[in-house]
Each structure stands twice: as structure tokens, then as C-alpha cells.
Design a protein around this ligand. Structure first.
Ligand code: BGC
Length: 359
């Protein structure tokens, strides 16, 4: 079976009746659906031609978020009264496959997934022109926009669910990309000037003196999730010198020559291995830059990481950034690295399609 077919099989098997995609069917902590992972998976299904699968996901998001309306109203009231919300007062970052809250504590205040799902919905609507879906999802879209418009520049956990006391550039990019996707369809839904303000703050505070994007506002380091600032969120153009310098830095610091891509230099999660999804992301960016041979080499590395059943893990741990004891510690805590990870398979489908189109 090709990696394409295996990826479709794994994603389809991981989609619940409800429409939610499980992050990983075989990892103790990942039996939930994240807006982040789920949206990239839906986007992959869209471009692989299974639009019905993507539509089921977006309808699940719509129902699930409308169920969160009372929580949002409570939160906005608290903020209006000048109170400081607790983590559980924010909208969740992940849900059970039935759209309920998880039973265990989680660092929930993560905004990138809320921007990402709006962006993914925009891409789905571009492909399908499904006006009825837009009408159906309008309440969930409006609720998400209110949430993001209120909190976009408040520190929150990043796409790796870490450093909740920082403003992260890849989170701002996801919010920007999501709100742009909505305002180009219905300008009345997004406060006037908001996306321009997000972009302006990102470029004012998110660029180092040497001219590249930084992981968050108080560091000089990069994070590979900055790749999505250009592709696909368009916070900066893929040909912009700021992005060119960011890419250079990511390649120098986080791309193991001939191998995969790390999240960030100080990563210790499962020892800090190479992430399949980020390796595919780098390939996607290279396709957009016309560097097709380099993109193919990344694809080949990814394909070589698949297990005998074709499954791809979250990360590959042959060349760790941190001491091996970190790897062991996480395995003892949560079991072996998540495999298969639907988001890894989704990014493979996205890179494959980009390589086929050559753009
Ligand atoms: C990652 C998140 C991801 C979640 C589920 C976490 O370890 O840092 O990016 O959404 O797993 O895959």
C-alpha cells in the first residue's frame, strides 16, 4: 500500500461518527480531537478529494463550539469586569470525540486552533463553494471571532501546549490567517482593522534585530512552527526577506542535515526528536519556493520513517536534542511516542499534493 493510501486509511479509521478526528488512536493522552490537529487533517482530506470527510469535521466543530457559547459569555463578562480568568474559564483546546470536555486537567488556553479552524473552513469553502455550510456554521464562526478579537494579544499556550505566559508568533499567524479567511467572505463579521493590527504587532515585536521572526516576543530563537507564518497563513509572504531569514535560521538550527525537523532547540518532550509533520511543512514551504528537489528529499526521509504497517509517529527519536533520560521519562509517564499520529499523515498528504502540483 502506498503512503498516500495508508494515510487515507488511518485518517478515515480515526474519524468518529460525530465527524471528529482523533489525534492518535493509540496514545494514552491523544484520544481527543484538537481543533489544531483536526483542521490540518480536514484540510488534507479536502485536497486528497474526500470533501465529505472534511465537511463532517467542520459540522462537528460548529456543533461543538455552539455548545461552548455559555462558557464564552461567562468569560467575556469576567473580562469586562476586570477579573482574571482561570485556565478552565477559557474555551477548550481539545474535546472528546462527542464534543464534550475532557475529564483531566489540560492547559486549555491555546488560541492557534481557533484561528486554524477558521482558516481551514475558508479553504474548504473555496474548494466546495458550500454556501449552506457557511450559513450553518455562522454562529460558531461569529463566536470564534469574538473570542479571538478579545484575546488575540493575551499570552497563551503555543501550538505545542507550552509557555502560556508568552505571545507566540505562530499563534498570531494562525489567528491572522483565520480572521483573514472570514473577513474576505464577510467583512461585517470581523472588527474593522483587526487583522492589520495583528500583522503590525507581529512585525513590530516578533522580529529580532537580525531580521527574522522569533518564537515568541521575548526570545531570539526560532521555532519550526514559524514556517506556517508564511505557508499557509500569509502573515508574511513566502518571498519576504523576513521569512527568508526565518527559514534560513530554522534550517540552520532545526533541520538535521539529511534528516527531519525539530520543534525548537530546547525541546525535551520525548527527548526532543524530529517531527514528521514539521518535516513535511518544510517540504511544503520549499515547494512554494520552487525548491522541488529539496522538498522531494524531505518526502523521502519521511517515507523512510513509516513502520511496517505504514504508520507514521509524531516524532522520530534516533537523534535527540536532549539527554536520552528525557525520552525515557516521557515513555514511563505516557507510553511510547504517539503512532500513528493523524496530523503526521495529514501533512504527508498535503506535501504530496503540493509536490504533484509543483506549487
Ligand atoms: C502537541 C500538540 C498537538 C497534541 C495532539 C501535543 O503533544 O504539542 O501540537 O496538538 O499533541 O497531537
Amino acid at each position: 500500500m502506498t503512503l498516500h493510501d495508508t494515510s487515507l486509511r488511518i485518517i478515515r479509521a480515526g474519524q468518529a461518527e460525530s465527524g471528529a478526528y482523533v489525534a492518535s488512536p493509540a496514545f494514552s493522552q491523544y484520544g481527543y480531537c484538537w481543533l489544531r490537529d483536526g483542521t490540518w487533517t480536514a484540510y488534507a482530506m479536502d485536497i486528497a478529494g474526500d470533501r465529505a470527510s472534511a465537511e463532517r469535521f467542520y459540522r462537528w466543530v460548529g456543533r461543538t463550539l455552539v455548545g461552548q457559547q455559555p462558557r464564552l459569555e461567562r468569560l467575556l463578562d469576567m473580562l469586562a469586569r476586570g477579573e482574571t480568568p482561570l485556565d478552565e474559564d477559557y474555551l477548550p483546546t481539545r474535546f472528546t470525540l462527542d464534543g464534550e470536555l475532557g475529564v483531566d486537567d489540560w492547559w486549555d488556553f491555546q488560541l492557534d486552533g481557533y484561528g486554524t479552524w477558521l482558516w481551514g473552513l475558508g479553504a474548504h469553502l473555496d474548494l466546495t463553494g458550500n454556501g449552506a455550510l457557511w450559513d450553518e456554521l455562522r454562529p460558531a464562526i461569529a463566536l470564534t471571532v469574538r473570542y479571538l478579537a478579545t484575546l488575540w494579544n493575551t499570552p497563551n499556550y503555543d501550538c505545542w501546549e507550552e509557555a502560556g505566559d508568552r505571545v507566540h508568533l505562530s499563534t498570531l499567524a494562525a489567528i491572522y490567517g483565520g480572521l483573514r479567511a472570514i473577513e474576505t467572505r464577510a467583512s461585517d463579521l470581523v472588527p474593522a482593522g483587526l487583522t492589520a493590527r495583528i500583522q503590525a504587532l507581529a512585525l513590530e515585536q516578533g522580529v529580532t534585530p537580525t531580521g527574522h521572526l522569533r518564537k515568541h516576543f521575548v526570545t531570539e530563537t526560532v521555532d519550526a512552527s514559524l514556517l506556517w507564518a508564511a505557508v499557509p497563513f500569509g502573515l508574511v509572504d513566502v518571498h519576504d526577506p523576513i521569512f527568508a531569514r526565518t527559514l534560513e535560521r530554522i534550517e540552520a538550527d532545526l533541520h538535521r542535515p539529511g534528516g527531519g525537523v525539530y520543534r525548537y532547540k530546547a525541546d525535551t518532550y520525548f527527548g526532543g526528536g524530529e517531527w514528521i509533520l514539521l518535516t513535511a511543512w518544510l517540504g511544503w514551504v520549499k515547494v512554494k519556493l520552487g525548491r522541488l528537489d529539496e522538498a522531494r528529499a524531505l518526502w523521502d526521509w519521511i517515507a523512510a520513517q513509516a513502520g511496517p504497517d505504514g504508520a507514521l509517529p509524531e516524532q522520530v527519536n534516533d537523534h535527540l536534542l536532549a539527554a536520552a533520560s528525557y525520552y525515557t521519562e516521557w515513555v514511563e509517564r505516557w507510553g511510547p511516542v504517539a503512532c500513528p499520529l493523524l496530523w503526521s499523515h495529514a501533512m504527508v498528504l498535503i506535501l504530496e499534493s503540493a509536490l504533484e502540483k509543483g506549487s
